[in-house]
Ligand binder design. Sequence first.
Ligand code: CA
Ligand code: CA
Ligand code: CA
Length: 347
Amino acid sequence: MRAHRLSRFESLEKRLALAVTAAVTDGDLVIQGDADGAVQIVAVGTGSYEVRDNGVLIADSTTLTGVTDDIKINIDKSAGADNKVTLDLNGQTVDQVSVKLGNGANTLDISNGTVARLAYRGGSGADTVTLGSTVTDGARIGLGDGDNSLTVNGTVNNLGVRGGAGADTVTLAETSSITKNAFLALGDGANSVTAAGAIGRSLKVDGRDGNDTVTIAATAKITDAFFARLGAGDNTVTHNGSVGGNFTVESNNANDTVTIADTAVIGGTKTLGLGTQTDNGHDCDQGHEHGHVGAGQGGLNGLTGGESHNCGNSGTTTTTTTTTTTSATKPVPSVVATRVGTLRLRR
Ligand SMILES: [Ca+2]
Ligand SMILES: [Ca+2]
Ligand SMILES: [Ca+2]
């Protein structure tokens, strides 16, 4: 009888141990441990929150109150489980949100509030991150290896993303607005980038080995430059939107495809250096961006700083393509609107 009770007790203890803890320390909401299931973090009032793990209320606003500073989510340091975390800020403003979910196929969804700085670090699994909140300073998203996915729906001041060996998909949705720069260093793999929203300054995309695809959608408005450096593989760039500054594509493969729609806008100089890239995707602006492209873990310093996207113009582009200028009757202000169909540079 006694043994039976003990056994049941141990079983219960074991189960309870597999749950996150939530506490407020020095104004920070700290959520950590190994999750039992999906972790839901919801703001329920000014500085007060509720946290659930697998539907079970871990802590409510009686203890989770006085959150005036950061939110720190550090789940699954060792187990490599698939973690699902939702953070509903419900109109609240917090300073820094830092999220570490370890290995495994993790999902993070942040919505309905304002964050000064966001730092996400995923591991070797396929991370899926959806960002709907406003980020007033910088968002640094380290996706690590795996076939990761990032979707930005909200407003972010500076966006820095790093991916590793897998096929990373980054979507800057039509509703998204990057106030300053977006720098996406996606490493090896068949990475895919779709920019459909507004970017106040520049968009820079770095890929390495693998077939990278970059699409500037018709709804996209990039105020300054577009700069893609796509390494090896069969890379594709499609421009249907508006780039106010220079439009530059470099790669290791002279047979890469760049398609610029006749409705697309390029305000500055178009430079296609397909096959001219001599390295394989390391950061060109080494004085500015630290860390290793594709590392995903750490090395995120400076990701969001990039004021300059001038990368020592390897600038040797001859266009051997058909270029059909748009009709002269069509008003073409200071922009260059050309129809070039599919550009294929062969050498
Ligand atoms: Ca990952
Ligand atoms: Ca990648
Ligand atoms: Ca590539």
